[in-house]
Design a protein around this ligand. Sequence first.
Ligand SMILES: Cc1ncc(COP(=O)(O)O)c(C=O)c1O
Length: 471
Amino acid sequence: MKVGATRYERVAALIEDQVQRGALRVGDRVPSVRSLSRHQRVSVGTVLEAYVRLEARGLLEARPRSGFYVRVPHVDRPPEPRFRARAAAPAPVGPAAVIVSVMEAAGNARVVPLGAACPSPELLPYRALNRFLRVAIARNPTHSSRYESSRGSEALRRQIARRALLSGCEIAPADVIVTCGAIEALQLCLRAVTRPGQLVALESPTYFGILQVLEALGLRAVEIPTHPRDGLDLGRLAAALRTHRIAACVAMPTLQNPLGAAMPLAAKRELVTLLARHGVPLIEDDVYGDLVYGATRPPAARSFDRKGLVLYCSSFSKTLGPGFRVGWVDAGRFTTEVDRLKFMSTVATASLPQVVIAHFLERGAYERHLRRLRAAFQAQTLRMSAAIARHFPAGTRISRPAGGFVLWVELPEGADAVALHRRALAESISISPGPIFSAAGRFQRMLRINCGHPWSPQIERAAATLGRLAG
Ligand SMILES: Cc1ncc(COP(=O)(O)O)c(C=O)c1O
């Protein structure tokens, strides 16, 4: 360290030294500003200054509400995708054959799974879940010999209500309706608050499953530009609310698929207030909320709701396994209607998966599992990000997700993501091309890459192949 270094330079050198020695590795969270200030006996401002300087030099990365992390060791890591705040005219949602091919590829073990957003089975607690399954069957051999209540297993609803406190929501077990995955929750909510032909405001890009539900219900989409880091553009949403008669808004404020964006807390509050002022229900999709990197998850938008206008949906698909098909909704003031629709559509969700998941949650194993899962996803996402930086053509841009396990990648001018998807499939690699995330078929140069699998030579080769095909 140079003689006469200022205090912040000394703190910065300390962190740099830890990185060089390998004590802090790529993706690790560095000590919090407060704790380092205590240990080094310097002011909080000094540590902050040191971290900001290290960030400017590309060594650290600040993540909103989460702290500072060691960055991928790429001096010239590709920039983030651009945010284009173009408004779109309301559009009917058309059929997308490409979605079918992405989902089919997800079921094919010979295809490298970079398309559908599915975590690797290796990362899921299937052994513990199987144990609970055996216990459930032994304890109650007649477990499926009657219809479960349309609202779902009481034990599971109690666990869901308890966990909702972690996202800042006060939910009573009686308010929870268990559904066949989050997708049924979203569908029931849309049916409860809209009529065919009406307009629904959506993030753009958005999860393609939501577009398919809109199509099935004969609804039209108003796509609201969504920033890769900060989420839904509230100015554009306010303008759309003034211009159109919007029946509902569907959004993922805590962790957006495919962008990985996390709305700041103040923006979440504003979103809830803005929609409430117009009397428009918010259907909040929080499937990825528990996967935000860091020690604690941010509050959901639902935590700001005072009018019962937020219908809060989630599931265990990304954390315990999509095959259980267990999701849930607290539909606020629409609970009676959603319950009625649930009964009319499938009577109830299958009993056995609910019992198994309730046991798992009761044992307190979920939080520990989530901590491990978040760390694995973060490391995998950073590895993929570095591989894309190495292999993809110049001009490629990569998102900096706040959590979860997908990357949103912008290819250089002239690229065609759907064509790339086809060429990649011919080489047994699946990706999700950008246009399936838009009702109007936007994002022709964008891709979503699934990073839900532990790093392997096969995935490294697939990244290299994709880079070659994209070049
Ligand atoms: C944002 C989002 N919402 C909902 C779903 C559907 O979840 P489930 O499998 O629980 O129906 C998914 C699945 O990929 C998703 O990504």
